[in-house]
Design a protein. Structure first.
Lengths: 188, 194
């Protein structure tokens, strides 16, 4: 009896081990492709992308074209209605939001989950935080909330605010990365 | 029982959703849209076919006392394999269904078919039975998903046919119960007529 159950679990574990080895690389590739797609979606056209950079406020990628930095993609998050809301937010070098993309959310299907749709997310294309206020109209801002999903809409704005903070931290810190000091192209 | 009958009984007589009311958790939770319902159904079918075949093959070797733990180990293995595969090759589907994939392990349809059919029938018959029940489940979930998506969101398989919002409640949990109840009535009525 014990031997039988032992054998079954042994065979099953071996099978899982093999499959884990086989799929580990594609899983990683899929996760990477997802981040890459999100970055390309939120930034203006670029040809080279830096590795993930860290600063105290959060993590970000620098995108450059012909050696000149054209934008920053920032990882931002806040807590939504159903869990963490993770966004990729792209900025132009002048501080305007270029575009946003949802990396991960756990909002209610049919309600908060609409935050991924262009009807809502499209509002943040070329959003200038120096002109418009980044909060829902109910709170006196310039963002139209999703019907019946104010909490999600607020969370989205909150995540974007965090992204703006990260952007400002990055923009104010003198860049010390190797490529910048060598080529002198960093105009942050 | 003829081979064809093994498959067709999963659709009507032994339909897991509308006749046996099994696997209600994924049924209610994942059918917010047609595509989600269909994906969940197909994922369950995949596990069901493999586990039914494996269990039918090893059933003779397993002592009666450790029967259920053995079945669960086999089922859990296939579910984890499915999870790896989905994560690697269809990450978008995995993102929407993620939470419910591990729950296939405790889906009573899978264990139910192992216990009621696979452990006393041949591998081939068990595979046919799994295909029938699995596809019956898939069709049921897709129908429920279509109804909820059309009424709740005004779209079908993601294609929006009207601009306005739908009746939101149908996408939420109460709407799942309502839609399921009315579909049950219609289904039973159709069966009673035959």
């Amino acid at each position: 009896m014990v031997a039988c159950l032992g054998t079954i679990t042994l065979v099953c574990s071996a099978l899982l081990g093999v499959f884990h080895q086989l799929t580990a690389a594609p899983i990683e590739a899929a996760a990477k492709a997802k981040t890459q797609n999100a970055i390309s979606a939120v930034l203006p056209e670029f040809d080279t992308l830096s590795e993930l950079q860290q600063c105290e406020a959060g993590s970000y990628y620098l995108a450059s074209k012909d050696g000149e930095i054209v934008g920053i993609a920032v990882n931002a998050q806040s807590s939504g209605f159903g869990g963490t809301l993770r966004l990729m937010v792209g900025f132009y070098t002048d501080g305007r939001i270029c575009n946003t993309s949802v990396l991960e959310h756990a909002e209610t299907p049919g309600l908060g989950a609409k935050c991924t749709e262009p009807a809502f997310a499209g509002q943040f294309k070329d959003f200038d935080t120096s002109v418009k206020k980044l909060s829902v109209t109910k709170d006196g801002g310039d963002v139209d909330a999703i019907t019946a999903s104010t909490i999600t809409s607020r969370a989205y704005c909150k995540a974007l605010e965090n992204a703006v903070n990260i952007y400002q931290t990055v923009a104010q810190t003198p860049c010390e990365c190797e490529s910048c000091s060598e080529e002198g192209t960093c105009n942050e | 029982m003829s081979k064809l009958n093994l498959i067709t009984k999963g659709f009507v007589k032994d339909n897991p959703t509308f006749m046996l009311l099994l696997g209600m958790c994924p049924t209610l939770a994942t059918t917010t849209s047609a595509i989600n319902g269909m994906s969940m159904g197909l994922a369950t079918t995949f596990v069901l076919i493999l586990s039914n075949m494996a269990i039918s093959a090893i059933a003779g070797l397993i002592p009666d006392k450790v029967r259920i733990p053995s079945y669960i180990v086999v089922i859990a293995t296939f579910v984890t394999l499915l999870q790896f595969i989905m994560q690697a090759y269809v990450p978008a589907v995995y993102d929407t269904l993620g939470l419910f994939i591990p729950l296939i392990v405790v889906n009573c349809i899978v264990l139910g078919r192992a216990e009621a059919f696979a452990n006393k029938n041949s591998v081939f018959d068990s595979a046919l039975d799994a295909i029938g029940v699995g596809l019956g489940f898939t069709v049921s979930l897709t129908v429920l998903g279509v109804v909820r998506e059309v009424l709740g969101n005004g779209s079908l398989f993601g294609w929006k046919f009207m601009q306005a919002d739908g009746i939101l409640v149908f996408v939420l949990a109460p709407g799942a119960f309502l839609a399921l109840a009315y579909l049950l009535v219609l289904f039973r009525k159709y069966i009673a007529k035959q």
